[in-house]
Design a protein around this ligand. Sequence first.
Ligand code: GLU
Length: 402
Amino acid sequence: MTRSVSGSGGRLGPYKRIVVKIGSSLLVDRSAGLKSDWLASIADDIAMLAGRGTQVLVVSSGAIALGRSILKRPSGALKLEESQACAACGQIALARAWSEALARHELHAGQILLTLGDTEERRRYLNARATITTLLNLHAIPVINENDTVATTEIRYGDNDRLGARVATMMSADLLILLSDIDGLYTAPPHLDASAEFVSRVPRITPEIEAMAGAAGSELSRGGMVTKIEAGKIATASGTAMVIASGKGLNPVATLDRGGRATWFDPAGNPVTARKKWISGQLGTAGIIHVDAGAVRALMSGKSLLPAGVTRIEGSFTRGDIVVVCDPDGAETARGIVAYDMADATRIAGCKSSRIAEILGYEGRSEMIHRDDLVLHHDRRHSVPARMDKTRMGTESLEEEH
Ligand code: GLU
């Protein structure tokens, strides 16, 4: 199949990078197991989006529910180790099902299993983001789930609504679609209150909106409206729009694209801007990268910092730290998240990116600081004098990031 860009599409047309979160109850039937027809239909939808040039990431629940069906466990609450064992059997089957369903459209599925630290700790976050970005660049569809077999209570997201939101913000997606058996937000839980009205748009998540969520949740999945609103807070605060739609029918994403009923949550800002706000807000920096005049011009025109333009390096930093970039006069030009450790950065300083593998013995990033991770000095609202002290950002949360 040749991938063609066939127009901008419908309601989903403006979105270029979309995370689709799929609830367990859509994919798995307690007695019949995997719902293959439904999976085939969502694979059609994903292929439709990919054909338009939209990047799609799937956050798929269903490992525990599918494993439970495979291992024929009776209904009722599972102990942690039982749900982990079910996830072990279920995830392998789930991944295979995704891989086969997408292969019918000549799309490759890439499985990513995350634990909480992969999005909350900066270095692991950078790694996960780089892998997923590479998958997208290779036109593969990342199929993401929590690594339920190793995640215990204190280190788990616990529900895929929030995991979906974390992934969406990590990847600067412009839309998060939450598909489940709920078709959107109501002014009160509709199964408890007959007068509940459907809410089609949420410009901002206020305490009133949170109060509407109640505490619903279905047997197969962990998430209810409460976790969806939590996901909405994470996503919208970072500039990602969110939509809650029913996935019960076949081709739910195509239905949404045609204007199907759903609750849309407006984003609060632009993800890149929000991320850059976080970078520029950092007072402590771990090092200084001195660059030549050509690199300064490249940065000013919105490009990344390549090793070739680096003349000298000071300080002591590891990959993921914030560093200051100084022009030939020693004045701060920018600051950003450095992609290399001090030692490796020093070795490749002044070299062409094509020589990185030869010098370091591994295929590193072409950029010393990627432009998404860089804030120019004149863009910073409060100019903060460069102060070099070692800051370890390993335990900062993403809320602080955006
Ligand atoms: N990660 C869980 C699974 O694959 C699902 C969590 C959820 O339902 O939100 O079974």
